[in-house]
Ligand binder design. Structure first.
Ligand code: SB7
Ligand code: NI
Length: 185
């Protein structure tokens, strides 16, 4: 099982390295990694297991964060309609996106960042994403709200990008053109 000590932190070069496409069928090792990442998120959101194992809660986790350069990440969260979105995305991409942006008024955090980094992180408000499941099935999803933000945060990890790379250096809370704040988080 993945623990906090398995999650690499800022300064580790793997977080700044582009992850590589995964080939199908997945190897047993790839499958284990995928399942372990999703399991971490589920355990981290359960107050008992989070407490027991000292897990920081997360809605997403990318392979780079456990020092693996495979293009896969896990997401486990509810959308605005209370529907559970829980999957591992392999070789994910954004095929189209809105012009409009959004951001969390309280900023973003990251399991690989042990400090608060204040500021707005502009994200596309709506995205159409494509990815493969662990079993090699291709999925196409339309996301908005927190799931869209989380998908972009994780896809960034696969490209060696950190959330704070997007924060305005001169004024972290500068108005984001053509955007709205996403409330409820
Ligand atoms: C806030 C937090 C996350 C995504 C978007 C907004 C995920 C935090 C956990 N991670 O570090 C995942 O990479
Ligand atoms: Ni992160």
């Amino acid at each position: 099982m993945i623990l906090m000590e398995d999650i690499i932190r800022e300064g580790h070069p793997t977080l700044r390295t582009r992850a590589e496409e995964v080939k199908f069928p997945l190897t047993d090792e790839d499958r284990k990694l995928a399942n372990d990442m999703l399991e971490y998120l589920i355990n981290s959101q359960n107050p008992e297991t989070a407490e027991k194992y000292g897990l920081r809660p997360g809605i997403g986790l990318a392979a780079n964060q456990v020092n693996s350069l495979k293009r896969m990440f896990a997401l486990h969260l509810e959308d605005d309609n209370g529907e559970l979105l829980s999957f591992v995305a392999v070789n994910p991409k954004i095929v189209s996106h809105s012009v409009e942006k959004t951001y969390l008024p309280s900023g973003e955090g990251c399991l690989s960042v042990d400090r608060q980094v204040p500021g707005y992180v502009p994200r596309y408000a709506r995205i159409t994403a494509k990815f493969f499941t662990i079993d090699g099935e291709e999925k196409k999803l339309r996301l908005k709200g927190l799931p869209a933000i989380a998908f972009q945060h994780e896809l960034d990890h696969l490209n060696g990008v950190m959330f704070y790379d997007h924060i305005n250096q001169d004024n972290p809370f500068a108005e984001v053109p053509d955007s709205f704040p996403l409330n409820g988080e």
